[in-house]
Structures are given as C-alpha cells and as structure tokens.
Design a protein around this ligand. Structure first.
Ligand code: PMV
Length: 324
C-alpha cells in the first residue's frame, strides 16, 4: 500500500460519426493533449472526499452526501466518481477513507470527454493505492460508472481516455486502432453553451422515428464518410480529412443537432483558412473542431476564434492514454 498516488487521463474529440454511432454505425475518436489529473490519498476517517477544481467538492459518509463546494449541484457531478471509488474499494476488499483531488485542463460539458477522463483517472489513482492497477479493468470500471450519467453510453469515451490515440469504433465490431502517428493541427472552439448528451440523443431518436427513410440515407452517408476518413487519416491526407469533416457537419445539421453558434464558429474558422470544421460530440452548443493545414494556420484560427469572443485552444492527437 502506498500513501498517495497520482493518475492522469486525456480528453477526447469525435472526429467523425457522432450520433450515428448510437445506431450501430462507426465513429472515429481521438484523445487530445489536454488531461485530467487525480491525486488520491488515504484519510483517517471512513469518509470519501472528492474535490474538483471545477468548483465541485463534497464528502460522502455511508452514501450520505455533504457538499463542500458547489451546493447540491456538485452531487450530480461527483456521484459517478463516488460510485467508481466505492466499486474500486469493493473490488479490492477494502473499507478505508479516501480523499481525491481532481485537476482539469479540460473545459467540461462541451463534449470533450471530461467526465470520462475524470472517471478513468480517479479509478486508476484510487486503485493504485492498493497495488499495480490492471488497465483493462480500470477501463471497464469507468464505463460502468459513466453509464450512471448516460445510460446508453457506448463506452467509447472511457476507452479512448484509457488507451489514447485514434480509434474506429462501432457497437458490433468494437474498437479498432487506426495505426497512424498523425500530428493533425487541430483547433477546439467553445460555443460557451453546455449541452446534455442525453437530451440530444433523445432529439435524434425523435428525428429518426419521424423520418425513418431519410435517417437511413444519412446513416449510409455517415458510414461512408467514416470509412473514407479512416483511409485519409492513415495516409495523413489533411485536405481529404477536412473535406470529410465538412460533409459530416452537413449531415449533423440535417438531423438537428447543430446550433447557430456552431455555424458562427464554422464561418470564423473557414474564413481563417481551416481545411474542415465540424461540431464534436453531442452538439446543441458544445465544442467545434477545426483542422488546419499547418501548425502556423492553427494558431491563426485559434486567435481568430478568440477575436470573435469565443474560447479556443490548439490541440494535437495524444497517443499516451492513462498515465498511472
Ligand atoms: O457526450 P458527448 O458530447 O461526447 O457526445 C457523445 C456522442 C454521441 O454519439 C452523441 C452519443 C454516444 O453515446 O455515442
């Protein structure tokens, strides 16, 4: 047993295929070079204390929650992490007090996988207090905890956060690594609007129920984009990747998950020279990703976004997953 342990896990983007992936189609995900770090230690009580620098903190004593920061709102953020810690302790056959501190470089609630990365890093930090962690098991435990937030979660966020890199995923075939060490110059733009993945997934279901034939045709297009994108990413053809991102965005617009602020950011990035721009994740606000032709262009795009009053940062694909 060690007194203190530390783990970190990366955020993610969905490059292609969000929403359609819920219905068995493929998606391409990548982890990015923004991480969430968790420090875990034993405490001399039977409480579980979780503190996050996103202004949420609380202590759990026999499942009773007491907020320390962020009132009862903090509870919904922290509950999945509390459950994750409880499951780790049960699996390790331990009954001890634990305190965790979460430090985030990832804006939350905009589709960048901050909750999955927090979950993966929390489980890894707590588990490694007791011995060498099993990385596959950590991923499985994180997926289980994430399903508390989003019942139909594919688990793809937790997978990419644990293992890093680029993957092609579908519900039937599972995860397939795209073996390309690409340094795609990416820019993330934030609409400033937090979204609820569950609400947007429900909105798409309604659309699908009302427009069955159209949805099937759009799914076919999304599938096709994903398979072309897998080839383009493998051969590092940025022009084609960019064009496919734009095509994917058009489809997402048709199923009603875009937003006027997404359109605004797309316009800004395109004017600044982006090769392709699309929303990433559930949409309805949230984040956009833009692909630049070069590192110099990505810094120009990021500053243009800022000049228009939105937050932005440059990002790269991160090949290091969980670090524990
Ligand atoms: O939670 P987000 O914003 O990363 O989006 C999840 C992606 C969806 O395809 C919309 C849902 C899912 O479970 O795959």
């Amino acid at each position: 047993m060690t007194k203190l342990s530390k783990a970190s896990a990366p955020a993610k983007i969905i490059l292609f295929g969000e929403h359609f992936v819920v219905y068995g189609n493929p998606a391409i995900l990548a982890s990015i070079n923004r991480r969430i770090t968790v420090i875990a230690r034993f405490i001399n009580s039977d409480k579980i204390i979780i503190r996050s620098d996103i202004k949420a903190a609380g202590e759990y004593c026999d499942s009773t929650f007491n907020p320390l920061e962020g009132n009862m709102k903090a509870k919904s953020t922290l509950d999945p992490l509390y459950n994750a810690i409880k499951n780790v302790l049960a699996a390790r056959n331990q009954k001890v007090g634990i305190e965790t501190d979460i430090f985030s470089e990832v804006p939350h609630g905009i589709g960048l996988g901050s909750s999955a990365a927090s979950c993966v890093a929390t489980i890894a930090a707590v588990d490694s207090l007791f011995g060498k962690p099993d990385i596959r098991k950590i991923c499985e435990q994180a997926i289980e905890s994430e399903r508390m937030i989003h019942k139909n979660s594919s688990g793809a966020d937790c997978y990419i956060s644990t293992f890093g890199g680029l993957v092609n995923y579908n519900k039937i075939g599972g995860f397939h690594r795209i073996k390309a060490k690409n340094t795609l110059p990416l820019v993330i733009g934030d609409t400033g609007i937090k979204h609820s993945t569950g609400d947007l997934v429900a909105r798409v279901k309604k659309f699908k129920d009302r427009n069955g034939t159209l949805f099937e045709a759009l799914s076919r297009q999304a599938r096709d984009i994903c398979s072309q994108a897998t080839v383009a990413i493998s051969s590092n053809n940025r022009e084609i990747i960019g064009r496919l991102m734009n095509e994917n965005q058009e489809i997402l617009k048709k199923i009603g998950v875009s937003h006027e602020k997404i359109d605004d950011l797309i316009r800004i990035c395109t004017m600044a020279g982006a090769l392709g721009v699309k929303m990433t994740g559930a949409g309805g606000g949230g984040a956009i990703i833009a692909l630049a032709g070069s590192m110099k262009d990505s810094s120009k795009i990021a500053s243009q976004i800022k000049a228009h009053g939105y937050d932005s940062f440059e990002a790269r694909i991160e090949y290091k997953g969980l670090n524990v």
